[in-house]
Design a protein around this ligand. Structure first.
Ligand SMILES: Nc1ncnc2c1ncn2[C@@H]1O[C@H](COP(=O)(O)OP(=O)(O)O)[C@@H](O)[C@H]1O
Ligand SMILES: [Mg+2]
Length: 352
């Protein structure tokens, strides 16, 4: 699922685009938050392309190493470096970096000490700042918490000193991104520093329907109302799943709904396994909430206890449930918990 890179290709989201454009000329740190596949990368990339302003895009997830479960500084630098080399104003950045005695010619050798890599990252930001207004996108920035070098002081420096740089951080794991920034933690170097938050919500039913109808119209494909109705109902306005459904419909017709659930479940399974392996209770809690549909705290505790055949302390379940909310897998509405994404729920019910 590739993000959209042009405003013409974005359906809806006019308000968010406007907010982001305004923020770009004013703010130093912008957060773009929402579920996986809700359209964060698309919003950011399409809006930035439309401004003509230079920007650098780093997908932090790509720098994540799932064996060591870390973001090695040199991998992060490598992502930054290749993005700098794609800049249209590349020559000026390279020139500035040469003055600072940083070379972008070759990938960093693995043996370079992490501190030195961090220094190169800092200099890359300094060089970018010399370009005039520039945006640096850190996509899925919650992964920065796994960095092998501390980045918060560096980013705080960017925020405080590099007046031309706007940082845009996106995050699917909203609570974890908030933790990384330290919005509740006065001792964090980034505390109190973010200006604008844009939260992407799922499309409502009407929007979802319009989105599908318009897509099929463009392709001149006739689709039964009932099929669209079911897709709208089952996919809960998450644009990535709607796109996926549309594509599968062309191959499979009405079976596309079942197919999008199967294929989607396979896709999220990998994401879930990675995340859920961090605590022995995550999978049980997910199963409890998925099975119950909407669950109160008590129901979750009872369900998990029954499944395990023994008691787990309330504090443990409370902590893990809170973490699952932070990771965006579960959402809390009033006093009830539910699985945020219908495909994730389906994957959990089918068995992890
Ligand atoms: N506003 C939109 N209109 C049409 N398609 C979209 C829109 N937003 C996202 N998409 C599509 O949905 C999928 C997920 O979008 P993406 O931007 O990658 O989500 P996220 O970054 O939140 O995970 C991609 O295939 C993308 O092309
Ligand atoms: Mg994305």
């Amino acid at each position: 699922m590739e993000p959209k890179e042009s405003l013409q290709d974005l359906f809806d989201r006019e308000d968010e685009v406007r907010k982001l454009r305004e923020g770009l000329s004013r703010e130093r740190l912008i957060l773009v938050l929402g579920l996986r596949r809700i359209g964060k990368s698309s919003l950011v990339l399409a809006t930035l392309s439309s401004t003509g302003q230079p920007f650098v895009y780093v997908d932090v997830r790509r720098a994540y190493d799932d064996v060591s479960r870390r973001v090695p500084a040199e991998r992060l630098y490598e992502e930054l470096r290749s993005s700098l080399l794609r800049l249209s104003a590349r020559e000026r950045v390279l020139e500035a970096l040469r003055r600072m005695e940083v070379s972008l010619e070759y990938p960093v050798k693995v043996r370079v000490p992490a501190e030195e890599v961090r220094d190169s990252i800092a200099k890359a930001f300094d060089a970018l700042n010399e370009l005039g207004r520039v945006a640096v996108v850190l996509d899925e920035a919650q992964y920065l918490r796994y960095s092998t070098v501390g980045l918060r002081p560096l980013l705080a420096h960017v925020y405080d000193r590099l007046r031309n740089v706007t940082l845009i951080m996106t995050g699917s794991e909203v609570g974890l991104l908030h933790d990384f920034i330290g919005i509740d933690d006065p001792s964090s170097p980034l505390y109190g520093r973010y200006g604008l938050t844009i939260e992407l919500r799922p499309f409502d039913e009407e929007r979802s329907r319009q989105f599908l109808m318009r897509g099929f119209e463009e392709l001149e494909v006739k689709v039964n109302e009932g099929v669209i109705g079911r897709a709208v109902e089952e996919l809960d306005g998450i644009v990535g799943w709607l796109v996926y459904f549309g594509r599968l419909y062309l191959e499979k017709g009405a079976d596309a709904i079942d197919e999008v659930k199967e294929m989607g479940a396979r896709l999220v399974k990998r994401e879930l396994e990675e995340a859920l392996s961090r605590s022995p209770y995550y999978a049980h809690i997910m199963r409890a909430v998925a099975t119950l549909g909407r669950a109160r705290w008590r129901n979750v505790v009872d369900y998990v206890t029954a499944q395990l055949g023994r008691r787990v302390t309330n504090a443990t379940i409370a902590r893990d449930l809170r973490n699952l909310v932070k990771m965006g897998f579960i959402e809390k509405v009033n006093d009830e918990y539910r699985v945020a994404d219908p495909i994730v729920r389906y994957a959990v019910l089918k068995g992890l």
